[in-house]
Design a protein around this ligand. Structure first.
Ligand code: NZQ
Ligand code: ZN
Length: 386
């Protein structure tokens, strides 16, 4: 196991009615900016719960954060933050709303020319406004990490930044607020979380038993309980609670400590989303089987462990076992209603040059962080998905 330093100060307020506890964790005497999305929280009663929990706190609203949050849509909120002397941001929604709020928290304290530099030039984020979250969609893990992904439409760049300064002070996880989720967003959440675990697990052995076994238990829960949540005709509290907590643990980065991660599926997936508007998880479901197949020899040991422990496949023919596990993984995504081939969406070989151009435009050469994939591998990965 490699050396590591793990820091995660996010307070989790989990369970039924937990939104009512928000006021206990807000700083006193500062105006709050309530940031939310396209209106789901107004339809499902979460907005009313939040307003009631805010009580007499002075607050302002910034609605309209889009899926795959957009820099151009977020920037006007900075004027409100300055004018109203906002001292705390409360993000209520899915990963997009929370990531958008994290960007605002960092941008509000940015002293350079344009806050986009936080993403495009990796400008360090040492200070940010404090923020809290009410999560309404289990998927990204952003509620318990310091990452944020923002898209700038004018240049077609979807980029990430990370800083402990934007880790939420608290995150409310009430499984009941997810009952209004449409099935396709539940499927997205299961797939995104499943692939988060894989990208921290499916690389090279690190003799990290805690991380491996924890990752494997999350994969099993996302597979079994996730499937139940997807199939439930009426929401089941405990199924949803287990799915929600699994998704949070899938990317609160504890399973990545001391091991080699590889975020290449996300890197390529972000380009597909920018180019074709795919939901985040759909882009990943398309790319992952290609990355796994491409690396099946180099990463044989860990892939075999995945095949055996998650899918129960044992065979003397290691490559056959791995290929079967990739087939079952893709089948799992398809059973959740997500099509996994580019050709399913009418996309052909033209995608390869487009993705390569995108990656070059932000100077990507090596992909993922495991040191075994470069931009030169991308054409073969995408070609296998057409
Ligand atoms: O905008 P509203 O009206 O709220 O509707 C949303 C949106 O249309 C809806 N929704 C959310 N909660 C709901 C609900 N509808 C009914 N009932 C509820 N309870 O769901 C739609 C999708 O929401 P979105 O926030 O876009 O989805 P998700 O949580 O999957 O977030 C995706 C974003 O997170 C980024 C992705 O790249 C993408 O931009 N990621 C962030 C990460 C991080 N910060 O650590 C890691 C991830 O890998 C990911 O990259
Ligand atoms: Zn993701």
């Amino acid at each position: 196991m490699k050396n590591f330093e793990y820091y995660n100060p996010v307070r989790i307020l989990f369970g039924k009615g937990a939104i009512s506890k928000i006021s206990m964790h807000l700083p006193e005497g500062v105006p709050v900016l309530l940031v939310y999305g396209g209106g789901s929280i107004r339809k499902n009663g979460v907005y009313d719960q939040v307003i009631s929990a805010l009580g007499s706190t002075e607050f302002y609203e910034y609605p309209g954060v889009q899926p795959n949050p957009v820099y151009e849509q977020l920037m006007p909120a900075l004027d409100i933050i300055r004018e109203k002397k906002i001292g705390f941001i409360l993000a209520v929604g899915g990963g997009s709303v929370i990531d958008g709020a994290k960007f605002l928290a960092a941008a509000a304290c940015y002293t350079g020319t344009d806050p986009w530099e936080i993403l495009s030039m990796h400008a360090a984020v040492k200070v940010a406004l404090p923020l809290g979250t009410v999560l309404t969609l289990p998927a990204t893990g952003t509620e318990m990490n310091g990452n944020s992904v923002v898209t700038r439409l004018s240049v077609k760049h979807k980029l990430a930044f990370g800083s402990s300064a934007v880790m939420p002070v608290f995150s409310v996880l009430d499984p009941e607020v997810t009952y209004s989720l449409p099935k396709n967003q539940i499927a997205n959440g299961i797939i995104d979380a499943f692939i988060h675990v894989l990208e921290q697990y499916l690389t090279y052995p690190s003799k990290a038993e805690v991380q491996d076994r924890f990752a494997e238990s999350l994969l099993m829960i996302l597979r079994s309980t996730g499937s139940k949540v997807f199939a439930d005709s009426e929401p089941d509290y405990d199924n949803m609670a287990n799915f929600m907590w699994a998704a949070t643990n899938a990317l609160n980065t504890s399973i990545s400590m001391g091991v080699t991660s590889d975020w290449s599926t996300h890197t390529i997936g972000h380009e597909l989303t920018v180019l074709y508007g795919f939901d985040h998880a759909v882009s990943l479901a398309i790319v992952l089987p290609g990355v796994m197949t491409h690396l099946s020899v180099k990463r044989e040991q860990k892939m075999l462990q995945f095949a055996e422990r998650i899918w129960g496949i044992t065979s003397f023919d290691h490559q056959a076992a791995i290929m079967e596990s990739i087939r079952l993984t893709e089948d799992f995504f398809r059973c959740l209603g997500v099509k996994t081939k580019l050709s399913d969406y009418g996309i052909g070989a033209e995608v390869i040059g487009q993705v390569i151009d995108q990656l070059k435009s932000h100077d990507v050469n090596m992909l993922g962080g495991a040191g075994d994939l470069s931009i030169e591998d991308v054409p073969a990965i995408l070609a296998s998905r057409i």
